[in-house]
Write a protein that binds this ligand. Structure first.
Ligand SMILES: [Zn+2]
Length: 466
């Protein structure tokens, strides 16, 4: 492995900045101090800011194929449309995983949690090809194969009516067997590829699936990842299904833990928040998706005051419709100023950076190895060019990065000490070829009609009082 020293680079100290050298040896941060001996290749850090890599802690890579075209629907109808047009070709999964990795890297992320939609009948192939894409790019990947064991219509509350749902096409046991096989074949944390157990959420999963995932998580030391209470409909559904809140139920069945990350968490009450704090679960905040689908504003300031760990995700590119992590961090910080007039609770740019880095590492149970510029930790690093027009004139570098609208500001990125972005370009794959492939395999589209939406929309409107 190549050792190197980043020289004369700006880093954040407790409440200021310092210009230092950073030595990287064997993929780890070996020393941080001014005027160090230049070990290995020297890297010019002058007028650049070095931060720990961020975590894109919740996304669905293959949604990239439908960004920009999804109807203005709430989640339950949006999902129906999404699945009616989901890509069924593993090659598309490969290309969108590459695209997701590139966009994440070029907006400050060095890790991605891909809640990966599996092609029916090609589940292991889907996981294999996403793994291949992430290995090729070199981003640290947390592949969370998205599983469920109830059919889509079961995710909508019944209300006054009696609803029957088609059984899911694959048994719970068969689904769990696929995940266990994926763990055997692909889970290689030391090589930057992790498999997570990832039942999609209470709206489409039985207790048997959650419990099977918990067992696999315990047996193989896997992190757990799910959506949680993204919409008001899910809050209502939880009451119908369990007679209590979804959080109370998940606690009762043992799913919540210090390695459980929960995407969205919009519709929780104060008692639920206390449970997240007590179980040390992590909230993944996806502000753009919550706005795009009208899901609501997650009570992020309450989480922080209760001591709940919070980090950021882009969510899939069909509900965002990009993978710009800096944008998610900006909106995810300032959105909450309107929810609490006590400005002392508002998220500062430095706090946002810590949430995006250390917060992600905590949620994935690797805070001892990642998430901060600390001697002894692994070198997942991003170097920002402070001479970029969007970061000028010079004021507070982190303020400019988080509150501004930075474009093309990532100069370099390393994962485990391996450089994968240099001079603002991903060096491991040919991004021009990727652009060409994405172009060739798609077309300009304006209108399309989801049959599933037509089937479920009337019931949805009735039960939600619309
Ligand atoms: Zn999601």
């Amino acid at each position: 492995m190549l050792d190197f020293t980043i020289q004369n680079v700006l880093i954040a100290t407790d409440d200021d900045y310092a210009t230092v050298d950073v030595q990287i040896i064997d993929g780890g941060i070996a020393a941080i101090a001014p005027n160090l001996q230049a070990i290995g290749t020297p890297i010019d850090g002058k007028n650049k800011l070095l931060l720990p890599g961020f975590f894109n802690a919740h996304t669905h890579s293959s949604e990239m194929w439908q960004r920009g075209i999804m109807s203005a629907f709430p989640l339950e109808l949006w999902l129906a449309e999404l699945y009616d047009f989901a890509p069924l070709d593993p090659e598309q999964v490969y290309l969108s995983a590459l695209g997701t990795a590139v966009e994440t890297l070029l907006s400050g992320g060095t890790s991605v949690v891909d809640h990966l939609v599996l092609i029916p009948g090609l589940e292991l192939e889907t996981i294999a090809i996403a793994t291949r894409a992430y290995r090729e790019v070199g981003i640290r990947a947390f592949i969370a194969p998205l599983i469920q064991d109830e059919s889509l219509s079961a995710g909508i509350p019944s209300g006054e009516s009696t609803q029957t749902h088609e059984p899911y096409f694959r048994s719970t046991a068969a689904t769990l067997e696929i995940i266990e096989e994926a763990v055997r074949q692909f889970h290689r944390p030391d090589e930057g590829i992790n498999i997570l157990v990832a039942p999609t959420g209470i709206q489409l999963c039985t207790d048997a699936l959650f419990q099977g995932c918990t067992e696999l998580s315990d047996r193989y030391n896997l992190c757990r990842h799910s959506h949680l209470l993204e919409t008001r409909a899910q809050q209502k559904l939880a009451q119908e299904k369990y007679g209590c809140t979804a959080v109370e139920h998940l606690k009762r069945i043992g799913y919540l833990s210090d390695r459980t990350t929960l995407a969205h968490c919009v519709w929780l009450n104060d008692a639920d928040i206390a449970i997240l704090a007590e179980t040390q679960s992590t909230v993944v905040h996806n502000p753009l998706s919550n706005l795009r689908l009208g899901s609501g504003i997650a009570p992020i300031l309450k989480y922080r005051q209760a001591g709940v760990n919070v980090t950021f995700g882009c969510d899939g590119a069909s509900s965002n419709d990009s993978q710009d992590l800096l944008e998610a961090i900006k909106i995810g910080s300032i959105l909450h100023n309107v929810t609490d007039s006590d400005y002392q609770h508002w998220i500062t740019p430095r706090q946002a950076v810590e949430m995006a880095s250390l917060g992600g590492a905590k949620g994935l149970n690797i805070a001892d190895k990642l998430g901060s510029l600390t001697v002894g930790k692994q070198a997942d690093l991003v170097l920002y060019d402070l001479t970029n027009l969007s970061l000028l004139p010079r004021t507070d570098p982190i303020g400019l990065l988080v509150l501004g609208r930075p474009s093309n500001v990532v100069n370099s990125a390393w994962v485990n000490g391996k450089q994968i972005v240099a001079d603002g370009k991903v060096t491991t794959i040919n991004v021009d070829e990727l652009r060409q492939e994405l172009f060739n395999r798609s077309q300009w589209e304006t209108k399309r009609k989801s049959e599933t939406v037509a089937q479920i929309e009337a019931h949805y409107r009735t039960v939600m009082g619309l």
